[in-house]
Write a protein that binds this ligand. Structure first.
Ligand code: CP
Ligand code: NVA
Length: 307
Protein backbone atom coordinates (compact mmCIF):
# COMPACT_ATOMS: atom_id res chain seq x y z
CA UNK A 1 0.00 0.00 0.00
CA UNK A 2 1.20 3.51 -0.76
CA UNK A 3 2.47 5.59 2.16
CA UNK A 4 0.27 8.69 2.52
CA UNK A 5 0.91 11.87 4.52
CA UNK A 6 -2.60 12.93 5.53
CA UNK A 7 -2.57 13.61 9.27
CA UNK A 8 0.16 13.74 11.90
CA UNK A 9 -2.13 11.74 14.19
CA UNK A 10 -1.75 8.69 11.91
CA UNK A 11 2.05 8.60 11.74
CA UNK A 12 4.21 7.07 14.49
CA UNK A 13 6.28 9.54 16.53
CA UNK A 14 9.55 7.80 15.58
CA UNK A 15 8.82 8.28 11.87
CA UNK A 16 7.91 11.94 12.30
CA UNK A 17 11.13 12.40 14.28
CA UNK A 18 13.09 10.80 11.42
CA UNK A 19 11.37 13.11 8.91
CA UNK A 20 12.37 16.19 10.96
CA UNK A 21 15.96 14.92 11.24
CA UNK A 22 16.08 14.43 7.47
CA UNK A 23 14.71 17.96 6.95
CA UNK A 24 17.51 19.43 9.09
CA UNK A 25 20.14 17.28 7.37
CA UNK A 26 19.02 18.21 3.85
CA UNK A 27 18.84 21.91 4.68
CA UNK A 28 22.41 21.89 6.05
CA UNK A 29 23.75 19.80 3.15
CA UNK A 30 22.85 22.42 0.55
CA UNK A 31 24.07 25.60 2.22
CA UNK A 32 25.58 27.74 -0.53
CA UNK A 33 23.84 25.86 -3.37
CA UNK A 34 21.96 27.86 -6.01
CA UNK A 35 18.22 27.35 -5.48
CA UNK A 36 17.78 25.43 -8.73
CA UNK A 37 20.68 23.07 -8.11
CA UNK A 38 19.60 19.54 -7.20
CA UNK A 39 20.71 17.94 -3.93
CA UNK A 40 23.81 15.74 -4.14
CA UNK A 41 21.87 12.47 -3.97
CA UNK A 42 18.70 13.28 -6.01
CA UNK A 43 16.67 10.49 -4.30
CA UNK A 44 13.52 11.20 -6.35
CA UNK A 45 15.22 11.09 -9.74
CA UNK A 46 12.64 10.16 -12.43
CA UNK A 47 9.71 10.67 -10.02
CA UNK A 48 6.79 12.92 -10.94
CA UNK A 49 4.44 14.60 -8.42
CA UNK A 50 0.99 15.90 -9.41
CA UNK A 51 0.07 19.00 -7.41
CA UNK A 52 -3.67 19.72 -7.34
CA UNK A 53 -5.10 22.91 -5.91
CA UNK A 54 -8.73 23.59 -5.08
CA UNK A 55 -7.67 26.75 -3.19
CA UNK A 56 -5.05 29.49 -3.57
CA UNK A 57 -1.47 28.95 -2.46
CA UNK A 58 1.90 30.69 -2.52
CA UNK A 59 4.12 28.75 -0.07
CA UNK A 60 2.74 25.26 -0.63
CA UNK A 61 2.85 25.61 -4.38
CA UNK A 62 6.36 27.03 -4.70
CA UNK A 63 7.91 24.91 -1.97
CA UNK A 64 6.62 21.60 -3.36
CA UNK A 65 7.68 22.59 -6.88
CA UNK A 66 11.23 23.44 -5.83
CA UNK A 67 11.33 20.46 -3.46
CA UNK A 68 10.67 18.01 -6.29
CA UNK A 69 13.32 19.68 -8.47
CA UNK A 70 15.94 19.64 -5.71
CA UNK A 71 15.21 15.96 -5.05
CA UNK A 72 15.83 15.24 -8.74
CA UNK A 73 12.21 14.78 -9.81
CA UNK A 74 9.58 16.91 -11.52
CA UNK A 75 5.97 17.94 -11.04
CA UNK A 76 2.79 18.90 -12.82
CA UNK A 77 0.56 21.53 -11.21
CA UNK A 78 -3.14 22.05 -11.89
CA UNK A 79 -6.06 23.75 -10.23
CA UNK A 80 -9.29 21.78 -10.03
CA UNK A 81 -10.85 24.20 -12.51
CA UNK A 82 -8.13 23.24 -15.06
CA UNK A 83 -9.19 19.62 -14.62
CA UNK A 84 -12.31 17.57 -15.27
CA UNK A 85 -12.52 17.44 -11.46
CA UNK A 86 -13.90 20.96 -11.72
CA UNK A 87 -16.61 19.72 -14.10
CA UNK A 88 -17.84 16.87 -11.94
CA UNK A 89 -15.41 14.01 -12.57
CA UNK A 90 -15.20 12.11 -9.29
CA UNK A 91 -12.26 12.28 -6.96
CA UNK A 92 -12.16 8.46 -7.02
CA UNK A 93 -11.75 8.33 -10.82
CA UNK A 94 -9.20 11.14 -10.65
CA UNK A 95 -7.15 9.09 -8.17
CA UNK A 96 -7.25 5.99 -10.37
CA UNK A 97 -6.25 7.89 -13.52
CA UNK A 98 -3.43 9.90 -11.91
CA UNK A 99 -2.06 6.67 -10.40
CA UNK A 100 -1.31 5.56 -14.01
CA UNK A 101 0.63 8.74 -14.91
CA UNK A 102 2.53 10.03 -11.91
CA UNK A 103 4.27 8.72 -8.79
CA UNK A 104 2.59 10.85 -6.11
CA UNK A 105 -0.17 13.42 -5.58
CA UNK A 106 -0.22 16.52 -3.39
CA UNK A 107 -3.75 17.85 -2.89
CA UNK A 108 -4.94 21.13 -1.38
CA UNK A 109 -8.63 20.41 -0.91
CA UNK A 110 -11.73 22.20 0.26
CA UNK A 111 -12.94 19.08 2.00
CA UNK A 112 -10.84 16.65 4.04
CA UNK A 113 -13.26 13.89 2.99
CA UNK A 114 -12.12 14.42 -0.59
CA UNK A 115 -8.49 14.01 0.44
CA UNK A 116 -9.38 10.72 2.17
CA UNK A 117 -11.33 9.54 -0.89
CA UNK A 118 -8.35 10.40 -3.12
CA UNK A 119 -5.97 8.45 -0.88
CA UNK A 120 -8.31 5.45 -0.63
CA UNK A 121 -8.48 5.18 -4.41
CA UNK A 122 -4.85 5.96 -5.16
CA UNK A 123 -2.10 3.42 -5.76
CA UNK A 124 0.52 6.13 -5.16
CA UNK A 125 1.33 8.32 -2.12
CA UNK A 126 -1.03 11.22 -1.39
CA UNK A 127 0.19 14.26 0.56
CA UNK A 128 -2.11 16.71 2.33
CA UNK A 129 -1.32 20.27 1.20
CA UNK A 130 -4.07 21.69 3.53
CA UNK A 131 -7.73 20.88 3.93
CA UNK A 132 -10.55 22.43 5.92
CA UNK A 133 -9.56 19.99 8.70
CA UNK A 134 -5.76 20.15 8.99
CA UNK A 135 -2.38 21.23 7.56
CA UNK A 136 0.26 18.67 8.57
CA UNK A 137 3.09 19.84 6.25
CA UNK A 138 2.93 23.27 7.87
CA UNK A 139 3.50 21.94 11.37
CA UNK A 140 6.56 19.92 10.32
CA UNK A 141 8.09 23.17 9.00
CA UNK A 142 7.10 25.01 12.18
CA UNK A 143 8.72 22.39 14.41
CA UNK A 144 11.86 22.39 12.25
CA UNK A 145 12.02 26.16 12.75
CA UNK A 146 11.76 25.90 16.54
CA UNK A 147 14.51 23.27 16.64
CA UNK A 148 16.85 25.29 14.47
CA UNK A 149 16.38 28.19 16.89
CA UNK A 150 17.86 25.88 19.51
CA UNK A 151 14.60 24.89 21.21
CA UNK A 152 13.87 21.37 22.47
CA UNK A 153 10.32 20.50 21.52
CA UNK A 154 9.46 18.40 24.57
CA UNK A 155 10.40 21.29 26.87
CA UNK A 156 8.26 23.90 25.11
CA UNK A 157 4.97 25.57 26.00
CA UNK A 158 3.22 26.55 22.78
CA UNK A 159 0.21 28.88 22.81
CA UNK A 160 -2.23 29.06 19.91
CA UNK A 161 -4.29 32.28 19.82
CA UNK A 162 -7.31 32.60 17.51
CA UNK A 163 -9.40 30.23 15.41
CA UNK A 164 -8.94 26.59 16.40
CA UNK A 165 -9.25 25.32 12.84
CA UNK A 166 -6.96 23.50 10.41
CA UNK A 167 -3.46 24.65 11.42
CA UNK A 168 -4.36 24.43 15.11
CA UNK A 169 -5.67 20.89 14.60
CA UNK A 170 -2.31 19.76 13.23
CA UNK A 171 -0.55 21.26 16.28
CA UNK A 172 -3.00 19.26 18.42
CA UNK A 173 -2.36 16.10 16.39
CA UNK A 174 1.42 16.46 16.82
CA UNK A 175 1.43 17.21 20.57
CA UNK A 176 1.85 13.63 21.72
CA UNK A 177 4.35 12.91 18.94
CA UNK A 178 6.82 15.60 20.01
CA UNK A 179 5.90 16.10 23.68
CA UNK A 180 5.30 19.86 23.81
CA UNK A 181 2.57 21.47 25.92
CA UNK A 182 -0.09 23.13 23.79
CA UNK A 183 -2.48 25.77 25.11
CA UNK A 184 -5.25 27.00 22.85
CA UNK A 185 -7.04 30.28 23.41
CA UNK A 186 -10.00 30.32 21.04
CA UNK A 187 -13.29 32.18 21.54
CA UNK A 188 -16.60 30.32 21.76
CA UNK A 189 -17.57 28.97 18.37
CA UNK A 190 -13.91 28.71 17.31
CA UNK A 191 -12.62 26.05 19.68
CA UNK A 192 -11.12 22.91 18.15
CA UNK A 193 -13.39 19.88 18.17
CA UNK A 194 -13.67 17.97 21.44
CA UNK A 195 -12.96 14.79 19.51
CA UNK A 196 -9.54 16.03 18.37
CA UNK A 197 -8.68 17.24 21.88
CA UNK A 198 -9.76 13.94 23.44
CA UNK A 199 -7.85 11.88 20.88
CA UNK A 200 -4.72 13.94 21.51
CA UNK A 201 -5.04 13.48 25.28
CA UNK A 202 -5.75 9.75 24.93
CA UNK A 203 -2.44 9.39 23.07
CA UNK A 204 -0.55 11.34 25.76
CA UNK A 205 -0.76 14.85 24.32
CA UNK A 206 -0.60 17.74 26.82
CA UNK A 207 -3.26 19.94 25.18
CA UNK A 208 -5.56 22.33 27.00
CA UNK A 209 -8.05 25.09 26.31
CA UNK A 210 -7.42 28.38 28.13
CA UNK A 211 -10.13 30.94 27.45
CA UNK A 212 -8.26 34.12 28.25
CA UNK A 213 -5.38 34.82 25.80
CA UNK A 214 -3.37 36.64 28.49
CA UNK A 215 -3.47 33.62 30.81
CA UNK A 216 -2.79 31.31 27.85
CA UNK A 217 0.34 33.23 26.84
CA UNK A 218 1.78 33.52 30.37
CA UNK A 219 5.38 32.21 30.34
CA UNK A 220 4.81 30.66 26.95
CA UNK A 221 7.86 29.83 24.81
CA UNK A 222 6.06 30.15 21.49
CA UNK A 223 2.99 32.17 20.51
CA UNK A 224 1.19 31.22 17.31
CA UNK A 225 -1.43 33.05 15.26
CA UNK A 226 -3.22 32.36 11.99
CA UNK A 227 -5.47 34.42 9.75
CA UNK A 228 -8.91 35.13 11.22
CA UNK A 229 -10.62 34.44 7.91
CA UNK A 230 -9.52 31.17 6.33
CA UNK A 231 -9.96 30.17 2.69
CA UNK A 232 -13.52 29.01 2.17
CA UNK A 233 -14.93 30.85 5.22
CA UNK A 234 -18.20 32.53 4.35
CA UNK A 235 -18.72 34.55 7.53
CA UNK A 236 -15.75 36.95 7.33
CA UNK A 237 -17.39 39.95 8.96
CA UNK A 238 -18.68 37.97 11.93
CA UNK A 239 -15.36 36.17 12.41
CA UNK A 240 -13.44 39.45 12.48
CA UNK A 241 -15.70 40.65 15.29
CA UNK A 242 -15.64 37.40 17.21
CA UNK A 243 -11.84 37.13 17.12
CA UNK A 244 -11.12 40.80 17.84
CA UNK A 245 -9.91 40.16 21.39
CA UNK A 246 -7.47 37.51 20.14
CA UNK A 247 -4.91 39.71 18.40
CA UNK A 248 -1.27 38.89 19.10
CA UNK A 249 0.29 42.26 19.88
CA UNK A 250 3.08 43.62 22.07
CA UNK A 251 0.88 43.57 25.17
CA UNK A 252 0.12 39.87 24.70
CA UNK A 253 3.71 38.95 23.78
CA UNK A 254 4.91 40.71 26.95
CA UNK A 255 3.10 38.01 28.97
CA UNK A 256 5.11 35.24 27.28
CA UNK A 257 8.67 34.24 28.16
CA UNK A 258 11.18 37.01 27.39
CA UNK A 259 12.76 34.81 24.68
CA UNK A 260 9.43 33.68 23.24
CA UNK A 261 9.17 33.17 19.49
CA UNK A 262 6.25 34.10 17.25
CA UNK A 263 5.03 31.72 14.53
CA UNK A 264 2.47 32.33 11.77
CA UNK A 265 1.97 30.04 8.77
CA UNK A 266 1.26 33.07 6.53
CA UNK A 267 -0.41 34.74 4.72
CA UNK A 268 -0.73 37.30 7.55
CA UNK A 269 -2.98 40.30 8.01
CA UNK A 270 -1.17 42.97 10.01
CA UNK A 271 -3.52 44.81 12.34
CA UNK A 272 -5.89 41.84 12.49
CA UNK A 273 -4.63 38.56 14.02
CA UNK A 274 -1.18 40.05 14.62
CA UNK A 275 0.23 43.55 15.00
CA UNK A 276 2.96 44.68 12.60
CA UNK A 277 5.21 45.25 15.61
CA UNK A 278 5.08 41.53 16.50
CA UNK A 279 5.25 39.91 13.07
CA UNK A 280 7.99 42.29 11.92
CA UNK A 281 9.68 42.37 15.34
CA UNK A 282 12.51 40.41 16.99
CA UNK A 283 10.39 37.49 18.26
CA UNK A 284 9.09 36.65 14.81
CA UNK A 285 10.58 33.72 12.88
CA UNK A 286 7.87 33.61 10.22
CA UNK A 287 10.13 33.82 7.18
CA UNK A 288 12.41 31.02 8.40
CA UNK A 289 9.17 29.13 9.01
CA UNK A 290 8.07 29.80 5.43
CA UNK A 291 11.46 28.69 4.04
CA UNK A 292 11.31 25.51 6.06
CA UNK A 293 8.21 24.42 4.16
CA UNK A 294 10.70 23.52 1.43
CA UNK A 295 13.09 21.56 3.64
CA UNK A 296 10.41 19.79 5.67
CA UNK A 297 8.49 18.78 2.55
CA UNK A 298 11.57 17.33 0.91
CA UNK A 299 11.84 15.01 3.90
CA UNK A 300 8.10 14.25 3.72
CA UNK A 301 8.31 13.46 0.00
CA UNK A 302 11.27 11.15 0.55
CA UNK A 303 9.44 9.39 3.41
CA UNK A 304 6.37 8.84 1.19
CA UNK A 305 8.29 7.60 -1.84
CA UNK A 306 10.80 5.37 -0.05
CA UNK A 307 8.10 3.09 1.40
N1 CP B 1 1.12 28.55 4.85
C1 CP B 1 0.62 28.15 3.66
O1 CP B 1 0.16 27.01 3.49
O2 CP B 1 0.71 29.09 2.69
P1 CP B 1 0.02 29.04 1.26
O3 CP B 1 -1.46 29.12 1.46
O4 CP B 1 0.57 30.24 0.54
O5 CP B 1 0.41 27.76 0.58
N1 NVA C 1 -6.17 28.73 8.19
C1 NVA C 1 -5.66 29.21 6.94
C2 NVA C 1 -4.30 28.67 6.67
C3 NVA C 1 -3.67 29.15 5.40
C4 NVA C 1 -2.34 28.53 5.12
C5 NVA C 1 -6.62 28.83 5.83
O1 NVA C 1 -7.13 27.70 5.85
O2 NVA C 1 -6.87 29.66 4.94
Amino acid sequence: MARHFLSLADIPASELRAVLDEAHRRKKARVGFAKGRPDQDTPLKDHVLAMLFEKSSTRTRFSFDIAMKQLGGSNITATSSDMQLGRGETIEDTAKVLSRFVDGIMLRANSHDDLIALAQNSKIPVINGLTDYNHPCQIMADLQTLEEKGRTLKDLRLTWVGDGNNVAISFINAASKFGYELRLSCPDGYKPSGQDMERARASGGNVKLVDDPVTACAQSDVVIADTWVSMGDTDAEQKMKDLEAHQVNDALMSKADKDALFLHCLPAHRGEEVSASVIDGPASVVFDEAENRLHAQKAILKWCFEA
